[in-house]
Ligand binder design. Structure first.
Ligand SMILES: C[S@@+](CC[C@H](N)C(=O)[O-])C[C@H]1O[C@@H](n2cnc3c(N)ncnc32)[C@H](O)[C@@H]1O
Length: 250
């Protein structure tokens, strides 16, 4: 067993979370692939090619996303790709081999403060790609009464949650307790839905562009295991503090 695999396994066993040292997303996915990790779910939340994080020519950003999806596809059973709808819309066609797009999710927020000469943003999009034969987990959204009905065979179908997630942006006074200072931090309430739909307890999730570690925070609370990375050293420190988990040293 390689040292890195041993360290990731130890951290997952001790904390339920493994934070890799700062690395490019493709490098971290390669490390995980070489060490034969496999995940129930990959979260891909790159910079959006608009504003924060800079803007690449469209063809470069296209190739970046296509390659990200391909690498995530070889590591996991289900992939979420986040972005603004007008940017990620075309990537519906980049479903990796053996995957299909299974949902277009909209995160709708009313409290975006930006006012520009045009439409005011009030949504982010998330494409869900699922590998053939892999099942989702709508049962994780049932209330106690519905769970009882399901267990006693009295439920004719399992209702799933809406593809529109309405939660405010973490901005101003909203989400102060969660806020880390990362410029693009997502609310945990938003990530909780996507993690629950993709996993059961103890399943393994990966986020290689994890920013402030929202995916990890949700996994800790929902008893899922999670490997996190980001290319930025400051964000890795942010995750260590938020999740109370030290990074792995290679
Ligand atoms: C939109 S933010 C993610 C925010 C995160 N979901 C959260 O809730 O905090 C994008 C993150 O991707 C990271 N990133 C961008 N390109 C990357 C790359 N090629 N490799 C690794 N990380 C990258 C950035 O450093 C940034 O933290």
């Amino acid at each position: 067993m390689t040292t890195i695999k041993k360290r990731i396994d130890e951290s997952l066993q001790k904390y339920g979370i493994a934070i890799l040292p700062p690395m490019d997303a493709f490098a971290s996915m390669q490390v995980l692939q070489e060490n034969k990790f496999h995940f129930s779910c990959s979260v891909l939340d790159p910079w959006y090619n608009k504003g924060v994080g800079g803007v690449l020519p469209n063809s470069e950003y296209d190739l970046f996303i296509k390659n990200l999806l391909e690498s995530a596809g070889s590591l996991s059973d289900l992939i979420y790709l986040w972005g603004f709808p007008e940017i990620i819309g075309p990537y519906v066609r980049y479903a990796p081999a053996d995957f299909k797009m299974s949902a277009w999710l909209t995160w709708y927020y009313k409290n975006c403060p930006s006012v520009i000469r045009g439409w005011r943003s009030s949504q982010n999009a998330c494409i869900q790609f699922v590998k053939k034969g892999v099942s989702l987990h709508p049962e994780n959204f049932l209330n106690d009464l519905q769970k009882e009905k399901l267990e006693t065979g009295k439920m004719r179908f399992i209702p799933g949650p809406s593809t529109v997630i309405e939660e405010p942006l973490i901005v101003g006074f909203v989400g102060k307790k969660e806020r880390t200072g990362h410029p693009s931090q997502k609310p945990e309430a938003v990530y909780q839905r996507i993690v629950l739909m993709a996993t059961s307890e103890n399943d393994l999730v990966v986020d290689v562009m994890a920013g402030s570690g929202t995916t990890g925070a949700v996994c800790q609370k929902q008893k899922r295991k999670c490997v996190l990375c980001d290319m930025n050293d400051d964000y890795i420190s942010m995750m260590e503090k938020r999740l109370n988990v030290p990074r792995i040293r290679m």
